[in-house]
Ligand binder design. Structure first.
Ligand SMILES: C[S@@+](CC[C@H](N)C(=O)[O-])C[C@H]1O[C@@H](n2cnc3c(N)ncnc32)[C@H](O)[C@@H]1O
Length: 239
C-alpha cells in the first residue's frame, strides 16, 4: 500500500496511507498523542501505581535500577512509541524490555524522513532512533543499558505469549479501516499475554471496543483523550 511521510499539528511527522485516508498517529500531533496515551496513561500509570502496590516502584522512585517492565507494542510502525519509551526508561531509571510486533515494517527511506529526535529535542540521540530500525528482527537487542528491543515481524493474530507483559500499547489502525483488529478474539490474546495487574492502553474509545475488552475479562476505564479526541481507553487485567 502507498505510504507518505507527512507533518502533524505539533510539527512531528507521521505516515499517511492515501488509499485508506488513515495515519499512523493523530493529525493533531504524533508526539503529543504518543506521550498522552502511551506514556502518561500507560507507562507512568503503571509505574506510579501498580508497581508501587507490589513494592517495586519504591525502587523506581528512589532511582535504583531494579524495576523491570515488559512492554508489548501492537504496531511498531515508525518506532515513535519505542523511542519515547527508551527516553522515559532513562528518566524513570527502570529497565524496559520492549517487544514491537509489526506486519509491514517501514522502509529505511521512510525512517530517515521522520523528525522525532529533533522534535523531542534529543537530536544527539538520533543514532539510537535509527538503531531501533536497523537492528535485526526476532532477536533481543540491548539498545541502551536500560532498554532492550525485540522486534517481531508477524501478524497480530499470531501473538501467543502468555502472562508475559506488564503493559500493552495497543496502537493498531482504527476500526474504520481494520475492524478485525478490535474484536474479542484479539483482546482475548491481549488479556492472556498480560501478567496480572497488567494494563492495555489505546487511543480508541468506541463503545464496541470497550465492550469487547470487558467481555474477555478486562476492567475498562474511559480517560480523557489527547488533543482532538474526547476519550481513550485503559483496560486492566485483574484476575
Ligand atoms: C497506527 S500504526 C502504528 C503506529 C506505531 N505505533 C508508531 O508509533 O508509528 C499501525 C501499525 O500496525 C501495522 N499493522 C496493520 N495490520 C497489521 C497486522 N494484521 N499485523 C501486524 N501489523 C499490522 C501497520 O503496518 C502499522 O505499522
Amino acid at each position: 500500500m502507498e505510504r507518505e511521510v507527512v507533518i502533524t499539528g505539533d510539527g512531528s511527522s507521521t505516515i499517511h496511507l492515501p488509499q485508506w485516508n488513515e495515519q499512523y498517529h493523530s493529525k493533531h500531533g504524533a508526539i503529543q498523542e504518543a506521550y498522552h496515551v502511551f506514556i502518561k496513561y500507560g507507562l507512568h500509570h503503571y509505574c506510579y501505581s501498580e508497581l508501587d502496590s507490589e513494592s517495586q516502584l519504591k525502587v523506581v522512585s528512589k532511582g535504583i535500577q531494579t524495576a523491570r517492565i515488559s512492554i508489548l507494542e501492537i504496531g511498531f510502525g515508525t518506532g515513535l512509541n519505542a523511542f519515547i519509551t527508551l527516553l522515559e526508561a532513562e528518566k524513570l531509571k527502570c529497565s524496559i524490555d520492549y517487544y514491537g510486533v509489526e506486519g509491514y515494517p517501514v522502509e529505511k527511506e521512510e525512517v530517515v524522513q521522520l523528525n522525532y529526535p529533533e522534535k523531542l529535542d534529543v537530536a544527539s540521540k538520533e543514532n539510537l532512533f535509527i538503531n531501533l530500525h536497523d537492528v535485526s528482527w526476532e532477536d533481543q537487542h540491548s539498545i541502551t543499558p536500560n532498554f532492550s528491543l525485540t522486534k517481531q515481524n508477524r501478524f497480530f493474530s499470531e501473538i501467543k505469549e502468555k502472562e508475559q507483559f506488564n503493559i500493552i500499547y495497543f496502537d493498531a489502525f482504527g476500526a474504520r479501516v481494520q475492524p478485525e483488529l478490535w474484536t474479542e478474539d484479539i483482546f482475548q490474546k491481549m488479556y492472556e499475554a498480560l501478567q496480572n495487574n497488567g494494563v492495555l492502553v489505546t487511543y480508541a474509545a468506541k463503545g464496541s471496543v470497550r465492550r469487547a475488552m470487558q467481555t474477555v475479562g478486562f476492567s475498562v476505564e474511559k480517560l480523557p483523550g489527547p488533543p482532538g479526541k474526547r476519550e481513550m481507553l485503559r483496560a486492566t487485567k485483574k484476575s
